[in-house]
Design a protein around this ligand. Structure first.
Ligand code: HEC
Length: 121
């Protein structure tokens, strides 16, 4: 009978695993206006054309405006998790919540060459 006593625990563990998965699958909705006010952290590097950071390790700073919102948010998550290694971006992304990342993604995705300059610039 020993085998049966573990069954409820297994079911419980399985239920927790499922609810955890469901919670993760819930998407955080980004808001471009909220992202605009959070971009003060980013404009120092990302809005200077041809800017290169981290002398003498010279990195070209990628252009964010017009990139896909989900791509931006997932890149930020990858820096936070350490899957992407750039040290400054890791430090910055580490301070962002999932909501911040989604907001910043929406904000940058909406930028075009004719967008007005962000007043934070
Ligand atoms: C100190 C300069 C600096 C600041 C400040 C900074 N970044 Fe970056 N960012 C970089 C550099 C350099 C890279 C390229 C790193 C690499 O090669 O992985 C980068 C890469 C990225 C990428 C990946 C782009 C791609 O095309 O793959 C995203 C997204 C990003 N930054 C978003 C942000 C956001 C949002 C902020 C503000 C919260 C921010 N960055 C602040 C320098 C900076």
């Amino acid at each position: 009978m020993k085998k049966l006593t573990i069954l409820p625990q297994l079911l419980l563990a399985f239920t927790f695993a499922l609810t955890g998965f469901a919670a993760q699958a819930q998407e955080v909705k980004g808001n471009a206006a909220a992202g605009s006010s959070k971009s003060w952290l980013c404009v120092g590097c990302h809005s200077i054309p041809e800017y290169r950071a981290d002398y003498p390790l010279v990195y070209k700073v990628p252009m964010l405006g017009g990139q896909n919102a989900a791509y931006i948010a997932s890149s930020l998550a990858a820096y936070k998790k350490g899957e992407r290694k750039h040290p400054t971006m890791r430090a910055i992304a580490g301070s962002l919540s999932e909501q911040d990342m989604a907001d910043l993604g929406e904000y940058y995705a909406a930028q075009t060459a004719s967008s007005p300059n962000n007043p934070l610039k």
